[in-house]
Design a protein around this ligand. Structure first.
Ligand SMILES: Cc1ncc(C[n+]2csc(CCOP(=O)(O)OP(=O)(O)O)c2C)c(N)n1
Length: 378
């Protein structure tokens, strides 16, 4: 393992001190370091998605002639294919960027099903993109040697280069700045209250990470009615679009989307599609803990954006921001008779049970059960 400070010192020596991206649990200690040291010795811009992060690094290069570092989980690499090929590629503007890619689903290692394919194709994808890569080794000497090669590559080729990061590369980093949590309700508690208040004929489309795992556990502990859920364990940010399309096809069924703030922001443009087609049976909950909690609690930009106002301006029929159990119970009563699209944004505190399980059925099993149920509905 290497220390975050040592790794940063090497990067910084070569003027690599601008960072942006979307976090990954593979390098959560490194993410803690970047957040802690932002505006102290480095710059860390919190991006809305990986595609944007590459563009931010490109803008940084245009303005400074320096190279930005873009971190991401390999699931986000797909999102960057467009800016990498049509912005940074040597056949277009030739813009150097250092990518730091967390390797989930590494062949031979056990990981969740949504990571399998990308894990397998991460290196071949980089090869197809003609982006050279190096798998970071837990050895500072070899890292320093490699960085010299990378800097030379940037000088000669002015194009992207990738570092692949495996689990457990970084030693634990202890935060110097602690952020206060202003809210009292937990996401799991909010999910439980909402689900206890449902009529039992709604379906739920839940977002990637802890949200889906908490819904799964709730259903498991009670009626085991997983067939009423579509667990969108991958494709971060897409739960609302899946829910919208189901709602349009099944106007007699209430479709409830459970989202995270990071995921909602990642695909915020979806609000415009929801507002445009405006199905009255669509209800969107966002559990806003101001963090990407599922990958280690790194901050999102949700504290500087009014998602409820954006929803209203996008033609949602009702959008509220709440933060207490009392407010949630009140809204749940009101929303029973409200026509959608509705947005209920719940400010929640951070924190997740450490023994939270993952769905123990395969995605295909879950999908088939869900489709069988949905096919019987109007
Ligand atoms: C395209 C993409 N980028 C990154 C990830 C890694 N990832 C999984 S869950 C997650 C955080 C989700 O944050 P949020 O939606 O706020 O929900 P929370 O974890 O806070 O409940 C991230 C970054 C991913 N799955 N897909």
């Amino acid at each position: 393992m290497i220390s975050c400070q040592d790794f940063f010192d090497i990067l910084n020596q070569y003027d690599l001190s601008f960072f942006t991206g979307i976090p990954d649990s593979t390098f959560k200690e490194w993410m803690k370091f970047l957040v802690d040291k932002d505006e102290v010795v480095l710059r860390n811009l919190i991006a809305c998605n990986e595609c944007e992060a590459v563009a931010l690094a490109a803008g940084y290069h245009l303005a400074t002639n320096k190279v930005g570092v873009v971190y991401m989980q390999n699931s986000g690499l797909g999102k960057t294919v467009n800016p990498l090929t049509s912005l940074c590629d040597p056949d277009v503007f030739s813009i150097p960027v250092l990518l730091m890619i967390g390797w989930r689903g590494e062949p031979g290692k056990v990981d969740a099903p949504q990571h399998k394919k990308m894990g397998k194709i991460t290196l071949p994808l980089l090869e197809t993109l003609q982006i050279p890569y190096w798998i970071l080794e837990p050895d500072l000497k070899s890292i320093e040697k490699e960085i010299k090669i990378v800097i030379e590559y940037f000088k000669n080729n002015k194009s992207p280069y990738a570092f692949i990061v495996k689990k457990n590369l970084f030693q634990e980093y202890k935060l110097e700045k602690q952020k206060r949590d202003d809210y009292t309700l937990s996401r799991e508690e909010a999910i439980r209250i909402i689900m206890q208040n449902l009529n039992n004929d709604e379906i739920i489309v839940s977002s990637t990470g802890f949200v889906s795992r908490e819904v799964f556990e709730f259903r498991n502990s009670r009626k085991k009615d997983h067939y009423k859920s579509f667990y969108n364990i991958g494709s971060m940010g897409c739960a609302s679009s899946i829910g919208l399309s189901i709602a349009l096809q099944k106007p007699g069924t209430r479709v409830i989307v459970f989202d995270g703030d990071g995921a909602a922001i990642m695909q915020m443009g979806a609000f415009t599609t929801i507002g445009k087609y405006a199905p009255s049976n669509y209800v969107h909950f966002i559990f806003d803990n101001q963090a990407h909690e599922s990958t280690g609690g790194q901050p999102t930009n949700s504290d500087s954006v009014g998602l409820a106002q954006i929803a209203l301006a996008s033609n949602f029929k009702m959008a509220v921001t709440i933060s207490t159990k009392k407010e949630l119970n009140k809204v749940l009563k009101e929303f029973k008779n409200q026509k959608g699209p509705l947005l209920i944004l719940i400010k929640t505190k951070k924190g997740t049970r450490s023994d939270l399980k993952r769905p123990n059925k395969t995605p295909i099993q879950l999908k088939e059960e869900f489709m069988n149920f949905l096919n019987r509905k109007s």
